[in-house]
Design a protein. Structure first.
Length: 280
């Protein structure tokens, strides 16, 4: 069974409701709704279990760790084709369905990238039988019947004016500019909301790199690379490794690789500083 839900099994085309009650004329109504209606069974407490039962999405252990995390500040550092966008779309949708009027905001390197996450969440919502629509004036958005919403905002510091959110999701966070992140992160300040950062690493610079390597306990950090993804084509990986070893280290081994134009890495500088501290 693949991680992507099999919509033909989950969403049945139509079902008929018939009435032959003596007090009124008979009628036939065709309805479209899930094969396993949410209202007929108690909801699983864990998001990973909910994803299995409701969406036929069977997460890997690392994906389940992300789905079930209750951390206020969550970081995911993982390889390309890990399934981070799909996993976070499920996590966001589950939160939105559980909590009426919940506001979730997504930002990425471009609005279209954030739109992929919203598209996944919309597909899952439709599979569950929920009528969906857009937020007024927001082309990249999803609004649910309980008034919860998921919206994407442009990759610019100008998007911060007047917005609040209960959850801020930063997709491909290592590619989001520092000034943009620090402009949108106050969305959750007044709501005491949550921040989820997910990305494949890039260079040894920027807020994603700094948060990942700092020593504070503010963030829950989850790491996963190709060794946790046996389904990825090993022949393809070997070809990538031979063709571009540095890019392979970054995209699939999830290493923060120093740019080629730097004389020395941050780790080298830090090791010198540590030795200096030990001597002094």
């Amino acid at each position: 069974m693949t991680n992507r839900a099999k919509w033909n099994d989950i969403l049945q085309p139509t079902r008929e409701l018939r009435s032959d009650a003596p007090h009124g004329p008979p009628f036939t109504t065709k309805l479209l709704y899930p094969a396993t209606p949410e209202l007929h069974n108690p909801e699983p407490t864990k998001t990973s279990e909910w994803a299995k039962i409701r969406l036929d999405f069977h997460p890997s252990p690392k994906q389940a760790e992300v789905l079930d995390s209750a951390a206020k500040y969550l970081m995911l550092c993982c390889n390309r084709q890990w399934g981070k966008t799909t996993t976070i779309a499920i996590k966001a949708l589950h939160e939105a369905l559980k909590t009426p009027s919940l506001k979730i905001v997504i930002i990425s390197r471009c609005r279209e990238q954030a739109g992929i996450l919203i598209e996944h969440a919309t597909d899952f919502a439709i599979a569950l039988g929920h009528p969906v629509r857009r937020v007024l004036g927001q082309s990249f958005s999803l609004k649910l019947p309980n008034l919860s919403s998921i919206c994407a905002v442009p990759h610019t510091s100008d998007t911060s004016v007047g917005r609040t959110a209960k959850i801020l999701i930063v997709d491909e966070a290592a590619l989001v500019k520092d000034e943009v992140y620090f402009s949108v992160s106050p969305f959750v300040a007044r709501t005491h909301g949550r921040i989820w950062l997910l990305s494949t690493p890039t260079s040894q610079a920027g807020y994603f790199y700094n948060y990942w390597h700092d020593k504070t306990a503010d963030w829950q950090r989850i790491f996963s690379n190709i060794h946790d993804c046996p389904e990825i084509d090993r022949q393809f990986l070997e070809m990538q490794r031979r063709a571009n070893p540095v890019k392979y280290q970054q995209d699939f081994l999830c290493e923060f690789v120093q740019p080629a134009n730097r004389l020395c890495s941050r780790e080298f500088v830090r090791s010198i500083l540590r030795k200096k501290d030990q001597i002094s």
